[in-house]
Design a protein around this ligand. Structure first.
Ligand code: MSP
Length: 606
C-alpha cells in the first residue's frame, strides 16, 4: 500500500466557488477516490487562502467589521459546497489557522537565518489582482493580461527571497524529471520562463493590517503567495505531495517559486504538478462583471451532484481549456449516462429480476467476452495512473456500450426459451460487467455507485474487483431502479409553449433572498436607487426604480428578493446586475417583496 498525497489550490474567499473551482476540486476528488480504491493510503487536501487583501476588501463590501468573521462565514459556505459535491478531502486548511501561521513564520525565520531571505528595497510594479510583483514583460499594453488592470508602482523596504539562486537547479530538476510538470506544453512554458532568467522576489509587504506578521518585524506582513504555498506542508507525514492539481493561471508559483522555497528550506519537492486548462462560459472568461459565473450548487441540485461530476470529468479534456454549457451537460446526461450506461445496467438488472426471480442465473461465464472487458479495464487503470481522467470516464461508458452490443447480439429474450444455457451465460456475464462498472464508476459518481451497489447487493471495496467482480450464480439482487433521469431539452420545451412557462422555464430564473448592504439615490433621477446587495457570498450592484416609494435609509439592512441571473443592463450609467422584485403600478406606492421570516442571503426562491 503506497502513500498518495494530492492537493488542490487553496482558494480565495472573496466569493463562493464557481464552476471553475468546482472543476479542480472534483477532478482532485476523483483521483483521490480512485487511489483509495486502489488501496493507497490517500491524503487529499483542499482549503482556503484567507490572508489575501481580497479578503479585507470583500469583508468591507459585505459590511463585516472584522475580516476574520467574514473568513469564518465564507469558510462554512465553501465547505458546504464541497459537501454537496461529495468531496472526500481528508483535511481542510485555512491559512488563518494557528497551525498554518506558525509553520509559515518558522519557515520564514529559518530562511532568514540561512540568508535565503534578506532585507532589501523593492522598486517596481505590483498587480493587486494577482497579488504579485510583475515585470514589464508580463504586461500586455501596460496591463496585467489576467486582470486587465494597470499594475501600480511601488517602492518599499522588503524582505527578498533568493529565488534567482535556484534557476539552474530547477532547470536541472526539470531535465531529470520530465514528468514533473504535466502536460508537456506547461512544462515547456516553465522551462522557457526559467531560461529567460530569474530575479529575487520580494516576500513581504509593508503597511498591511491583514496577513501573517514577519517574525520580529510587525511592520511587515508575509506576502500572501509565500504564505499560501506553505499550506501544502500541513500533512507533514505525507509530504512530499504526489500531485499538486492546479490550473495554468498559477503555474509559475507552483513550478518555480514553490520548489525553490522547498529547496531553500530543505524539503523534498512534490512529485508532480498537474495543470489543467481554463473553463470558459460560451467562449468567455468566467467573471463576475460579465455576469456569467456558473454556480455548481445550482447544477448539482438541478441534475444531481454525480451528473455534474461526470460532466466535468468527461467534457473538458484534462489539460486543455474547455467551454461550459448547460446544454452540453444535458446532452452528456441524456446520450451517455441515461441512454448508454443507465440503459445497459437497467436492462440487465430488470431482466434478471423478471426472468430469473432476481437471482444470477445458473450457468457459465462468457470467458471471451470477459477477456475483452478485462482488457479495457486494464486500459482504464493505465489511463488513471497517468491522470487521464477524461479518457477514463469515456472508456467506462464505452464498457456499457460494449455490454449493450453483447446483450443485443445474444438476444436473451429469445434464447431464454430456445437455448436457456446461452441466455444464462449472457446474463451472468452482463451482471458481472455491471459489477465492474459499479467499481470503476464509484470514484466518479459515488452516490450513483452506492445506489447501484444496493440494487445489486454488491459491495465495492477494491479496484481489483473491477477485473474479478466474482458475482456467482444464485447471487440475489435487489429491486432495479433507473439510475438516471433524462433532462428535457429546454429549447424545445420553450418552443412548444406560448405564454405558459414550464417548471424548467421557471427553474432558469435564479431568484434569491438578498440583503441590502448599502443604498443611494442615482443622481439626476427621482425614481432610481443604486443598491449594493449580498446575494449569498457575492455582492451585486442593482439599480431599482423604487425611489419614489422607498428612501435609501428604509432599505439598508433589509432582506429583499432579487432575480440574480437577469442579463446585466446599464441604467443611467450604472450597470445593474440583478432585478429587485416589487409589486404595484403606482410608482409612489410600490411594495417590495420580502421574505416573511429571516432567511440567509443567497437562499433560493422556488
Ligand atoms: N489562492 C490562490 C491559490 C493559492 S494555492 C497555494 C488562487 N486562488 S483562486 O481562488 O483564484 O483559485 C485559482 C484556481 O481555481 C485555479 O488554479 C483553478 O484551479 C481554479 N479555477 C478558477 N477559475 C477557473 C476556471 N475558469 N477554470 C478552471 N479552473 C479555475 O489562485
Amino acid at each position: 500500500m503506497g502513500k498518495f498525497y494530492i492537493t488542490t489550490p487553496i482558494y480565495y474567499i472573496n466569493a463562493v466557488p464557481h464552476i471553475g473551482h468546482a472543476y479542480t476540486t472534483v477532478i482532485a476528488d476523483i483521483i483521490a477516490r480512485w487511489r483509495r480504491l486502489a488501496g493507497d493510503d490517500v491524503f487529499f487536501l483542499t482549503g482556503l487562502d484567507e490572508n489575501s487583501s481580497k479578503t479585507v476588501e470583500a469583508a468591507e463590501n459585505m459590511g463585516f467589521e472584522n475580516p476574520q468573521e467574514y473568513a469564518d462565514w465564507m469558510a462554512e459556505k465553501w465547505k458546504n459546497v464541497w459537501r454537496i459535491l461529495c468531496i472526500s478531502n481528508n483535511d481542510f486548511i485555512r491559512t488563518t489557522e494557528e497551525r498554518h501561521k506558525k509553520r509559515v513564520q518558522e519557515i520564514f525565520q529559518r530562511l532568514l537565518e540561512k540568508g535565503e531571505i534578506y532585507p532589501g528595497i523593492y522598486e517596481g510594479l505590483y498587480c493587486d489582482g494577482c497579488e504579485a510583483y510583475v515585470s514589464e514583460e508580463d504586461l500586455v499594453d501596460g496591463k496585467c493580461p489576467l486582470h486587465g488592470t494597470e499594475p501600480k508602482k511601488v517602492k518599499e523596504e522588503n524582505y527578498f527571497f533568493r529565488l534567482s539562486a535556484y534557476r539552474d537547479t530547477l532547470l536541472e530538476h526539470l531535465r531529470n524529471n520530465p514528468d514533473f510538470i504535466i502536460p508537456e506544453a506547461r512544462r515547456n512554458e516553465v522551462v522557457s520562463f526559467l531560461q529567460r532568467g530569474l530575479k529575487d522576489v520580494s516576500v513581504t509587504r509593508r503597511g498591511l493590517k491583514w496577513g501573517i506578521e514577519v517574525p520580529g518585524d510587525p511592520e511587515q506582513r508575509i506576502w500572501v503567495w509565500f504564505d499560501a504555498l506553505i499550506n501544502y506542508l500541513v500533512a507533514q507525514d505525507y509530504w512530499p505531495a504526489d500531485v499538486h492539481l492546479i490550473a495554468k493561471d498559477i503555474l509559475r508559483f507552483h513550478c518555480i517559486l514553490w520548489p525553490a522555497m522547498l529547496m531553500a528550506a530543505n524539503y523534498p519537492l512534490p512529485k508532480k504538478i498537474l495543470s489543467h486548462g481554463f473553463l470558459t462560459v460560451n467562449g468567455r472568461k468566467i467573471s463576475k462583471s460579465l455576469g456569467n459565473v456558473i454556480d455548481p450548487v445550482y447544477l448539482a441540485e438541478k441534475y444531481s451532484p454525480d451528473v455534474l461530476r461526470y460532466f466535468l470529468a468527461r467534457e473538458i479534456s484534462l489539460g486543455q481549456d474547455g467551454d461550459f454549457s448547460e446544454e452540453n451537460l444535458r446532452r452528456r446526461l441524456n446520450d451517455e449516462l441515461a441512454d448508454v450506461l443507465g440503459n445497459f445496467i437497467h436492462r440487465v438488472l430488470t431482466f434478471i429480476h423478471a426472468r430469473y426471480n432476481g437471482r444470477a442465473p445458473e450457468g457459465e461465464l462468457d470467458r471471451e467476452f470477459l477477456e475483452e472487458v478485462n482488457k479495457r479495464v486494464r486500459e482504464i487503470i493505465r489511463l488513471m495512473d497517468r491522470f487521464e481522467v477524461t479518457r477514463a470516464a469515456e472508456e467506462i461508458v464505452n464498457l456499457a456500450r460494449l455490454g449493450n452490443e453483447y446483450f443485443q447480439r445474444c438476444k436473451p429474450w429469445e434464447s431464454i426459451s430456445t437455448k436457456p444455457a446461452e441466455a444464462a451465460k449472457c446474463l451472468l456475464s452482463c451482471l458481472n460487467l455491471v459489477g465492474t462498472i459499479c467499481v470503476l464508476l464509484s470514484p466518479f459518481m459515488p452516490i450513483t455507485a452506492e445506489r447501484l451497489s444496493k440494487q445489486m447487493n454488491f459491495k465495492v471495496e477494491r479496484l481489483d474487483q473491477a477485473l474479478r467482480p466474482g458475482i456467482l450464480p444464485g447471487h440475489e439482487i435487489g429491486k432495479p431502479e433507473p439510475l438516471f433521469r433524462k433532462a428535457q431539452d429546454e429549447k424545445t420545451a420553450e418552443a412548444a409553449v406560448s405564454r405558459e412557462v414550464t417548471v424548467s422555464d421557471f427553474e432558469k430564473m435564479d431568484i434569491r433572498i438578498a440583503k441590502v448592504l448599502s443604498c443611494e439615490k442615482i443622481k439626476g433621477s427621482e425614481k432610481l436607487l443604486k443598491l449594493s446587495v449580498d446575494v449569498g457570498g457575492e455582492v451585486r450592484t442593482i439599480v431599482a426604480g423604487i425611489g419614489k416609494s422607498y428612501s435609501p435609509e428604509d432599505l439598508v439592512g433589509r432582506l429583499v428578493v432579487v432575480v440574480v441571473n437577469i442579463k446585466p443592463a446599464k441604467i443611467m450609467g450604472v450597470v445593474s446586475h440583478g432585478m429587485l422584485l416589487a409589486a404595484g403600478d403606482d410608482e409612489n406606492k410600490l411594495s417590495l417583496l420580502v421574505p416573511d421570516r429571516t432567511q440567509e442571503p443567497g437562499t433560493k426562491v422556488r
